[in-house]
Design a protein around this ligand. Structure first.
Ligand SMILES: [Zn+2]
Length: 99
């Protein structure tokens, strides 16, 4: 699991899960009370995934997948991304610019 960049304390899953919807605020470490932010590398990886999503939608449309099935596939894809994010998130001490 991801560690605090300030004190190397291992975050628990439920501490990292809010990064999925409040990444700009940061997460306060329960051990050292310092705020950690998403690393620039992780933000770039997230951007790539955001680009893949419309490609996935287009691909499903090309193969004439029914809209109900397409909705279910996208919902599962989105849930998998949100709930898997704490396992691959990388943090930094300061908010790093994307470029
Ligand atoms: Zn810490």
């Amino acid at each position: 699991m991801t560690k605090c960049p300030h004190c190397r304390h291992s975050y628990r899953y439920k501490e990292l899960l809010p990064f999925s919807w409040r990444s700009r605020i940061g997460v306060v470490c329960s051990n050292c009370n310092q705020t950690s932010y998403l690393s620039a590398k992780f933000k770039k990886q997230s951007t790539i995934i955001a680009v893949i999503t419309p490609i996935l939608i287009f691909s499903l449309n090309v193969f004439e997948v029914p809209i109900q099935l397409m909705f279910v596939i996208l919902l599962v894809f989105l849930c998998a991304l949100i709930f898997a994010q704490p396992f691959w998130v990388r943090l930094s001490k300061e908010e790093e610019p994307l470029w």
